[in-house]
Design a protein around this ligand. Sequence first.
Ligand SMILES: [Zn+2]
Length: 420
Amino acid sequence: MPISGKRMMDLVKKLGFERLSTYESETKAAEMLCDEIRAMGLEPTVETFLAPHYEIKDVKLEITEPFYKEITCTGYGFSGNDAKDGVEAEFVYIEGFDPIDLYDVKGKIVFFTGGMGVSAYESLIKAGAVGFICTSGTFRDKLAESDLEERTLRDKHTEHGKLPGVTIRMKDALSLIPKHPTRAKITLFQEEGEADSRNVIAEIKGTKYPDEIVVYTAHYDTVPFSKGYFDNSTGTAMVMELLRQYKDNPPMRTVRFIFCGSEERGLLGSKAYVAKHEDELEKIRLCINLDMAGPILGREMANVTGEESLCHALTFYYKEIGYPMTVRQDLYSSDSIPFADKGIPGINFFRSGAHGSYQIHTRHDIIDILSAESLAKTTNFIKSFSDKVLNAAFFPIERKMPQNMVEKLDKYLLKKKDNK
Ligand SMILES: [Zn+2]
């Protein structure tokens, strides 16, 4: 049975709804993936794990002096409930997070542009700020054609405490700041806790070396307001298609297919998988992660999180078959990272969209920029490269992580910061 772009696009279409970590919508998507696997005659395994869950119940931003204005905002998830009954304080605009920017923020509500970084959050808490207002979007955004991003803090942010915050539109910020607001009031009430998210897993046992395992990962969750066609129904559909292919023709080595939940919340599904399967990680030789493919206009890419020799092997192969692509030794911010952190080499195949031809993480992640043909092209390449690895006489990739990648991983996972 040949690889079918149409079959993959059908699944991409089916998954065309917001699929939020820990929400019913993500569970619904997981069930659809299970149905798809069962329809092939295989039985999926569902592994649930706890992920942070929040629900904003009340959020409001008011400028109270020298004029009154309510500004549309979204609450920052997991930023606590210190402003549950409203926090009113002096308003201060800071242009950065250097000590000079922060010398006079104590007891104030701080406004800055962009999103909230981990060290910025820590420095605001240490400087004694009582709330924050940040921005999202661009000056060009039209109200009717854009959503105001709802952001969340992660574990690393809140190690030093919590500070309530909201996000406003860049457009509103541009008209607000010249009017010199001096006092503001943030009201933010949210439920914070944990709820289930899930990984959906299927496996085809190897015919000759069942204890040598290659895992294929793809996340199926989305961020708020995105239907996640490109990011990442495409990778999900490709992993499903590869499962179908290997079900019909089992390779010599075991292939395991992991559809990860909660990637958009910080790779939580793949982290949970690696933590739960600690005792069998030694058998996993390679992680092939698929996150975003299928744009009509784009470029075939592979980020190799592993030895440089693996880049050379891929380069030899694409040249051999005349398949233009770019191979780099680097991380890819997706589900291969927790595996790489355990020393398992990762290949992240993706098709990067041509500049201006796509958008992710917004309502503009639409299906029209994708094609069945593009999806099939990338999947065919991955399948033919995989076949070589899975049916090699001797496993051709050493299970080893070079020092330069270890350093990048540590930095990405903020390990260095922890040790400080
Ligand atoms: Zn993604």
